[in-house]
Unconditional design. Structure first.
Length: 378
């Protein structure tokens, strides 16, 4: 009987251990496996050959912005370059319209949820940018005539086309269509394989997932990857040839949408620009085209401080005025001469306080009285 009791205890302990192991496995199973895609590393199964000249990745310098979930219209979310050739949109359309690539075009259109005959119109609305974050997406390989989806982490510096809600839509170098990452950024397990070695700047907590802007965008506020002190105001659907530059160190922010927003793009890039609030007057000439409005926004804080001090100043004059009336009444005595003559210049301040009104109204005789101090001064 004792042996039976011992065996039952052992069974129970074994079951508990098994449950703990299983629960641990279940927790790890919740992690989303994400395949790392490094800049400049060709895909194994791309839609188009990476050597075909569809796009070129770049090196992104400077401090990386914060990670997490970001909206597609966030200023400075993406970078840009004034060099042409980041993404060749015309060549992408040419490949997708080539009859030899008919099956690829159909699968490509299926992924982005359009009809094959709408490809040109769709691609013309896309805008070339460079990722400034390690960015989570749903990528697609092309295998055996089908688009095969997988979760991927694209390294900062990879060139992509984004749509008019700021979402990555195409990986430029290979033409792979992209969709939004659907998982939790805090529940990922990144795998580095197939030549994609772990890049030095990788930090799992700083990766980004992009959600669509609530409205369609007219332009994007980019940070110039070649000169992070400059920003690029890029109209949606253009290749960079129509960019306007601005000073990315300017931290003017409140206007939704575009040209002013870029200024707020770089605060993350140049957080050391706390001096800029003191430099607006110096930098005004440097950035005439950009934000006069921004200047007004940065100047508006300064007027409040004077107005804030003005109430403080009036509070002190009343105290002087309150002393001055007594000095006026006893001015007929000898107390006024010592300080009243200097203080007589101060009645200018008491006049706006309207205390002078009573003084003039009380005595018409004060006019002579005002003449009395003169002799007394002698």
């Amino acid at each position: 009987m004792y042996r039976g009791f011992q065996s039952s205890v052992r069974r129970t302990a074994f079951l508990l251990v098994a449950l703990l192991i299983l629960s641990g496995c279940t927790q790890s199973d919740r992690l989303i496996v994400v395949k790392a895609v490094a800049a400049g590393v060709p895909a194994l199964d791309p839609f188009f050959d990476e050597k075909s000249g569809l796009g070129v990745d770049a090196e992104v310098r400077g401090e990386r912005p914060r990670g997490g979930l970001q909206q597609g219209n966030t200023p400075g979310l993406y970078g840009g370059s004034r060099k042409q050739g980041t993404c060749d949109v015309d060549r992408l359309k040419e490949f997708l319209n080539d009859p030899k690539n008919g099956q690829k075009a159909r699968e490509w259109a299926r992924v982005v949820e359009i009809s094959p005959d709408a490809i040109d119109e769709y691609v013309d609305r896309l805008t070339p940018v460079l990722l400034r974050h390690d960015t989570l997406v749903q990528n697609h390989d092309y295998k055996k005539g089908r688009a095969v989806a997988y979760d991927a982490l694209l390294e900062a510096g990879i060139a992509v086309l984004v749509n008019d809600q700021g979402l990555p839509a195409v990986k430029c170098s290979c033409g792979n269509p992209l969709r939004t990452f659907e998982g939790d950024t805090d529940m990922i397990s990144v795998r580095f394989e197939d030549g994609n070695k772990k890049w030095p700047s990788f930090r799992e907590k700083s990766v980004v997932s992009v959600e669509p802007s609530s409205t369609k965008l007219d332009r994007l506020a980019l940070v110039d990857v070649d000169d992070t002190d400059k920003g690029l105001d890029r109209p949606v659907g253009t290749d960079g040839s129509e960019d306007r530059t601005f000073d990315a160190r300017d931290e003017a922010t409140e206007e939704p949408g575009t040209p002013p927003d870029p200024g707020s793009a770089s605060p993350t890039e140049t957080s050391t620009d706390t001096p800029t609030p003191t430099d607006p007057t110096r930098t005004e000439p440097a950035e005439p085209s950009t934000p006069p409005a921004d200047r007004r926004l940065t100047d508006t804080p300064s007027p409040p401080t004077p107005t804030g001090t003005e109430p403080a100043e009036p509070s002190t004059p009343p105290s002087t005025d309150s002393t001055s009336p007594p000095s006026d009444d006893p001015s007929r005595t000898s107390s006024s001469p010592p300080t009243s003559d200097p203080v007589t210049s101060e009645p200018v301040t008491s006049a706006p306080v309207s205390s002078s009104a009573p003084v003039t109204s009380e005595p018409a005789t004060d006019a002579p009285v005002s003449g009395d101090p003169a002799p007394s001064a002698v």
